[in-house]
Design a protein around this ligand. Structure first.
Ligand code: ADP
Ligand code: MG
Length: 159
């Protein structure tokens, strides 16, 4: 099992992590990233920085708590889902999530722990802990071999 812990002291650190992550995702294969952590942890902030790294105007990236699903046209399609208001994995399926998993896109799911049963066999899990006003701890865990190599790439980039 491959895991990487990244501590950042401010939002600029979160943005740098997002840039490294955007570069490490193995494309053109589709990627799925689950985002877990309390309200205000920085899940949406990380998505915004990742989308920006892929050429999307960051102002387009809103918190999707009321709209369940956003799509951004980056250098690759980005699907951004917030499972906070979903009651079951089934509701995620009803949004058509399996097609997004199969697409050559990057799919990001906030509050993914609420819909764990709907996640694909392989994905990158990102857990965010609030360690201070502006500091955060990101724990990235590979679920599946493809994401092991993403973590290896990130680890090398961090050296
Ligand atoms: N290092 C950091 N990384 C991400 N967000 C941070 C950081 N420091 C402070 N913040 C603030 O924390 C909040 C995170 O909000 P948001 O991304 O909407 O959280 P979530 O989607 O997890 O509920 C924002 O107000 C952001 O400005
Ligand atoms: Mg959010």
């Amino acid at each position: 099992m491959s895991e990487l812990v990244v501590d950042v002291v401010d939002e600029a650190g979160t943005a740098r992590l997002a840039q490294s992550l955007a570069a490490a995702l193995i494309l053109p294969r589709g990627s799925v990233i689950s985002l877990c952590g309390p309200l205000g942890a920085g899940k949406t902030r990380l998505v915004r920085a990742l989308a920006a790294a892929l050429g999307v105007n960051p102002d387009e990236v809103a918190s999707p708590t009321f709209v369940l699903l956003h799509e951004y046209a980056g250098t690759r399609p980005i699907y951004h889902c917030d499972a906070y208001r979903l009651r079951s994995a089934r509701e995620l399926w009803e949004l058509g999530i399996e097609e997004m998993f199969a697409a050559e896109a990057i799919t990001l799911i906030e509050w993914a722990d609420r819909v764990a049963d709907a996640l694909p066999a392989e994905y990158l899990e990102v857990r965010i802990e609030v360690t201070g006003d502006t500091s955060r701890r990101f724990t990235l865990r590979a679920i599946g071999a493809v994401y092991e190599s993403v973590i290896d790439t990130l680890r090398r980039a961090a050296r």
